[in-house]
Design a binder for this molecule. Sequence first.
Ligand code: PMP
Length: 398
Amino acid sequence: MTAPVAPAPLPPLAARTATVGGSPVRDILAVTARPEVINFAGGLPAPEFFDREGIATAFREALEHTPAQSLQYSTTEGEPSLRTALAARVTGRGLPTGADDLLITTGSQQALSLLATALVEPGDTVLVEDPCYLAALQVFGLAGARIVAVPTDADGVDPQALARLVASERPKLLYLVPTFQNPTGRTMPAERRAAVAAAAARHGVWIVEDDPYGDLRYDGEHMPWIASYEAAADRTVLLGSFSKVMAPGLRLGWLRAPAALRRACAVAKQAADLHTPTLNQLAAARYLAVLDAHVTRVRAAYGERRDAMLAALPEALPEGSQWNRPEGGMFLWVRLPSSYDTTALLPQAVENHVAYVPGAPFYAGTPDRATLRLCFVTQTPEEIEEGLRRLARGLGVA
Ligand code: PMP
């Protein structure tokens, strides 16, 4: 008998897996899934407003009327009926779009991955808002990008700082959530959008305009997409999603991009998942006929929830705290007095059965540790009030 041979060590994981960690938000979601915790941390649509009947009808009709098509492999670009209906919707919102301008994606998150594959070489610079949507930081980090934060104020990126950074850093792309941003809830006014489009035109940089929240406006005026500014028309990629207006579990999003970039994204998508589930696409194409009526109902309820949170915040937060009043979306952004560290305080909040997301992980630049994100759409107004009483206790206010 020969002596057992010690197994040789395995080759290591790719280096990029060591440089990009898991999402702290998803980790917090695991801790806060306990039913007794009022969870302001997740970005979860309110489940009681999912249109179960309407969505069930759309799926049933897709299966009854187009059974073979619904259950079959589909094209990578997406089902023509869905792209046609979406193109009409985008055109109706002021951006002329044809079905062929669109690529259906498996959530808008996939659109970010496809764009990173199509555009970003390791070492390329990507400019982001500071703070920025976390999973975008992960995507660009995994692609090996050098992520540079653009300073922001209450209206989004500072146009002068942006123009300077675009000139000095020669970035490949600028990633923005101009409307009801995640995590801050803030919206860029029209002049800022024009300034961003002009800077991109002057210096040659792609703009990725991520807009999953734009339809969730509770007051104020509709803003034009950056993609609709002439100066940036040939260099702006617009991303949309069904997650916040229909249901995130369907994993349906879309990307509108100039032809050459869209084709490169389609090749990346072939390699990623061949195509987005056909049945979901055909059901969504049918559901688009009633989507606006549904969004109107959701908007009314979400607006009330935002107001409930705004009304209860002054009592819940320590003196000297600041917060904004988003005109839509799902989040608002809080800054406690500088002596507070929201990461260190989170366990105390969870002990009081309430959760938020600390602001620090959203920063690509120097984190502001006194910030936190609150989601105001998932709970009823009564639960929001109770959650904020618990938060006050967790922060030592009450
Ligand atoms: N972009 C932003 C700014 C988001 O907040 C989210 C979801 N939290 C996404 C993209 C991804 O959304 P989905 O993949 O569900 O369309």
